[in-house]
Design a protein around this ligand. Structure first.
Ligand SMILES: [Zn+2]
Length: 411
């Protein structure tokens, strides 16, 4: 930890000068980036394991600095007119308090371990996708310190979920995942007691279509992506621990990478989550109407039937509409997750990003040749949205696994 004061530096492109301080993280490789406020040119600061700094895009300067920039991989940073005494770490400590700062430090330690083992983690998940179950089991057994087996496909899936439970901890607390798993098991057990034959119709249909296998494989690709890009999510994870002041005029900023780095993650997660909702909806129909294909009757103003006539039909609905057909869901999912406007804007490449202010401007409406109606979001808030939808996605993924176990009489 500690800080590296760079003094004054100037942009090699436009000679704009500013003072800069880097708060050190414990991550083995630290690459920090900033965009010149004058010309937008990107500078990069690399700090080696031996804490040796190399920088590109800027050089040391003896000029008077025009403003001050703080950089830190693990915490949000703020822009200042002059070099402030309080560092981003101290500021975050003041906002979060002792307990939350040490909780964040624990999560950052776990992310450091992930980044140091990322190739191994990618390979492990890659073995699962390629159905190299023996290799997969060898890797997971050694990671979890459990006995190695030669797994069949369902045993491999069980191992996968044990492994995910551990490696996803910095993104989603194990308490929260456990609470959801308990709820899923309770509901499935409840249904097998009261409506076993209709539950079997549902699990048979789901199992025959290989829907769960495909969805879990797609989910594994999301896990690979988010773990590979963990570095950009660090400050947003800290914001979990603080109440963001509503009238906050100073934007929270990130110190590495930019929107392009994770621009497609929200729509990718939304895509998989949208498919996963089929299982949430099927169980909701079973719990409320004892038939997984029967949705609550919903009529338009002109008495037109709006609800899907089967789960298959439901599967083809847009993400944004899917939540509305899960009437008083047994598993509450916030409608904020289904942000179709952000999803569509990023999916259709209708956005602009300003690296200096870190503002993403996106255009959610179809406007022909025009781009007028826009919405704005800070990069750090986009990261928060990705994490929030990832958490729901991660927990619902366990539901798919549990339904798969049920269809194979393993629970
Ligand atoms: Zn410049």
């Amino acid at each position: 930890m500690g800080n590296l004061n760079l003094g004054t530096v100037e942009c090699l492109e436009c000679e704009n000068s500013f003072s800069c301080r880097i708060g050190l993280s414990n991550r083995r490789e630290q690459e920090l980036n900033l965009s010149c406020k004058e010309c937008g040119a990107i500078s990069t600061f690399n700090i080696s394991e031996m804490k040796i700094l190399s920088m590109t895009g800027v050089k040391k300067s003896s000029k008077e600095p025009c403003y001050h920039i703080d950089l830190h991989l693990d915490f949000p940073v703020f822009e200042h007119d002059t070099h402030p005494l309080i560092s981003p770490f101290m500021m975050s400590h003041m906002m979060g308090g002792e307990f939350n700062t040490s909780k964040h430090a624990h999560d950052m330690h776990l992310l450091n371990c992930i980044s140091e083992n990322i190739i191994d983690i990618k390979n492990t998940l890659g073995f699962y996708l390629k159905k190299k179950h023996k290799n997969f089991s060898r890797k997971v057994s050694s990671y979890l310190n459990i006995e190695e087996i030669t797994p069949d496909s369902i045993q491999a899936e069980m191992l996968l979920f044990k492994y995910l439970f551990e490696i996803i901890e910095p993104f989603n607390s194990q308490e929260s995942t456990n609470a959801s798993i308990d709820l899923f098991l309770t509901k499935v057990k409840e249904l097998s007691k009261t409506s076993n034959s209709t539950l079997k119709l549902f699990t048979d249909e789901i199992a025959e279509s290989k829907f769960i296998e495909h969805s879990i494989n797609d989910a594994v690709k999301i896990y690979q992506k988010i773990l590979l890009k963990e570095v950009i999510f660090r400050p947003s994870l800290f914001l979990d621990h603080v109440d963001k002041p509503k009238d906050n005029k100073v934007p929270f900023l990130l110190s590495t990478k930019d929107f392009e780095y994770i621009g497609d993650l929200f729509k990718d997660i939304s895509e998989v989550l949208s498919r996963q909702l089929v299982v949430v909806a099927g169980l909701n129909n079973l719990l409320k109407r004892n038939d997984h294909n029967e949705f609550k009757v919903t009529l338009s103003a002109k008495n037109k039937i709006l609800e899907p006539q089967s789960l298959k039909e439901y599967a083809d609905l847009d993400f944004g509409r899917k939540l509305s057909f899960i009437d008083s869901s047994w598993f509450p999912i916030s409608s904020d997750i289904a942000d179709n406007q952000l999803r569509n804007s990023t999916a259709h490449y209708k956005w602009e990003y300003d690296p200096s202010s870190q503002v993403i401007k996106y255009y959610p409406k179809k406007e022909g040749l025009n781009r007028v109606a826009s919405k704005e979001l800070l990069l750090i808030d986009y990261c928060k949205k990705v994490i929030e939808s990832f958490r729901v996605f991660h927990e619902v993924n366990y539901l798919l696994h549990i339904v798969n176990l049920k269809s194979r009489n393993k629970i």
